[in-house]
Ligand binder design. Structure first.
Ligand SMILES: [Zn+2]
Length: 458
């Protein structure tokens, strides 16, 4: 295997040996052990994985060949993890502009999965993931799920705004295995109505899931629906995982009160899958450090423990399209000290992230702002970043940062999508901006609503 040659010592590390031919159960078994490795061992592994990745990217990805040479950085001179800082961070704009050159030339398209995201900042992004990485991503998610009390074979309800995240595997063998591993009920929260909430209550009572996995805001709205309508008969899971959006302390409190169980918050993104999750101690989130290398920076320097910095992620195992020092435009802080759960994986807190209010259509339908980042913004060419502001039930302001692909066609597509998702009677105006900045606390507000969606659940 070509990628092993540069660092012969690493042939013994199972993570790379796995990379060619392992499926997620084997990764899962490995991750169950590695979460208790010593901190030194974790750092050693990260170093060797990173070194292999750097050799591979320099040799096979034209973007990185240029990037490294311009920075005067050569993988053979990579002697410690901090040497990674010689490489400039990779921006979303660069991924938008150089997708094909970021792809490894020794990977053919049929060994890669093309995915896209509306991003945490409202910036649409396409990217490739190699097929073995899909297995390690899945295993990593299962490992983090287990921290909540979930285990293989248990039922999960997924209150999610985008079904594509959970498409079944096409291969029948994988499908049978997935059905065994993941007994899931998918509840689409891309749009919400009273009728739909009633339907959720019924379906959940019948399916009896033990765990919920949910968009934070969707879960909060469902909890409010149950509370404000004094519903007594409803399914109570043993744990709730929230993700994809910022979970506020008030939202957590309401959800935990209504369902009488703990909320486990999670930070993830489509580009790398799960990044960090809370364990039963609820004391920061453990990072999936076997597969990801995270930095927290302010003005190019690492921040101190508990200080907030910009999150920079390197995916240690996606050889098909390496993401090296990816500036995800979220903010977080490193957490120090040992965790009482015994896991040694480093911890972090998320202080920024995506805030997405629910929006209301001209037909008085309530739709998830987080879903709109995928259904609406990510599919229109010409938008570098976007923000939707709902001023009143019939009026939107769209703040748009143009990308180099912007044309008259972009405005036509915006018009079509507004009509498709918000109804033909929705009035809107477009405000063009150079950049959409996060709030002072580092949160990106993709959708901002000045109205309460509960008023329109009828
Ligand atoms: Zn822990």
């Amino acid at each position: 295997m070509d990628i092993l040659k540069p660092v012969a010592k690493f042939v013994l590390d199972p993570l790379l040996a796995f990379h060619e031919n392992s499926s997620h159960p084997e990764y899962l078994e490995l991750f169950e052990k590695t979460q208790y490795m010593t901190k030194e061992k974790i750092a050693d592994r990260q170093f060797f994985l990173l070194k292999n990745l750097l050799f591979h990217a320099y040799k096979n990805c034209p973007f990185y060949t240029n990037r490294f040479e311009q920075a005067g950085f050569y993988p053979k001179n990579f002697h410690s993890l901090t040497d990674i800082k010689q490489i400039p961070p990779l921006t979303k704009q660069e991924i938008q502009q150089h997708l094909e050159n970021l792809k490894a030339q020794n990977y053919s398209n049929n060994t890669l999965s093309l995915n896209q995201t509306g991003g945490s900042t409202g910036s649409p992004l396409k990217f490739y993931v190699d097929l073995p990485r899909l297995h390690s991503r899945k295993a990593s998610t299962f490992r983090h799920d287990r921290w909540t009390g979930w285990d293989i074979g248990m039922k999960t309800a997924v209150l999610w705004g985008h079904q594509r995240d959970f498409l079944p595997q096409q291969n029948w063998k994988n499908k049978i295995r997935d059905d065994y591993y993941e007994r899931k009920l998918f509840l689409d929260t891309s749009s919400i109505s009273n009728e739909k909430m009633q339907d959720f209550v019924k379906k959940l009572l019948i399916f009896k899931p033990e765990i919920y996995l949910a968009y934070a805001n969707s879960m909060y709205l469902y909890a409010r629906y149950i509370k404000e309508n004094n519903i007594e008969q409803f399914n109570r899971p043993q744990a709730i995982i929230t993700s994809a959006e910022v979970l506020t302390p008030e939202q957590r409190k309401t959800i935990e009160e209504v369902f009488e169980c703990k909320v486990f918050n999670r930070y993830g993104c489509r580009e790398t899958s799960v990044i960090a999750s809370e364990c039963s101690e609820h004391n920061g989130m453990h990072i999936s450090a076997e597969t990801l290398y995270l930095e927290f920076q302010q003005n190019g320097n690492d921040v101190a423990v508990n200080e907030t910095g910009k999150i920079i992620i390197t995916d240690l195992l996606n050889y098909g399209m390496p993401l090296i020092r990816y500036q995800i435009e979220d903010a977080g802080s490193p957490v120090d000290g040992d965790c009482a759960c015994g896991r040694t994986l480093p911890r972090m807190d998320i202080s920024g992230g995506r805030v997405t209010d629910f929006l209301v259509t001209s037909d008085r339908k309530v739709i998830s702002g987080a879903s709109m980042t995928i259904y609406f913004i990510a599919v229109i060419d010409g938008i570098a970043q976007a923000q939707i502001i709902q001023n009143s039930v019939d009026d939107l302001t769209l703040r748009i940062v143009k990308s180099s692909y912007f044309s008259e066609q972009t405005e036509k597509e915006i018009q079509q999508k507004v009509s498709e998702y918000f109804g033909s009677r929705m009035k809107y105006s477009i405000e063009y901006a150079d950049e959409i900045l996060p709030t002072a606390s580092g949160k990106y507000r993709f959708s901002i609503s000045h109205i309460d969606p509960m008023e329109y659940l009828s």
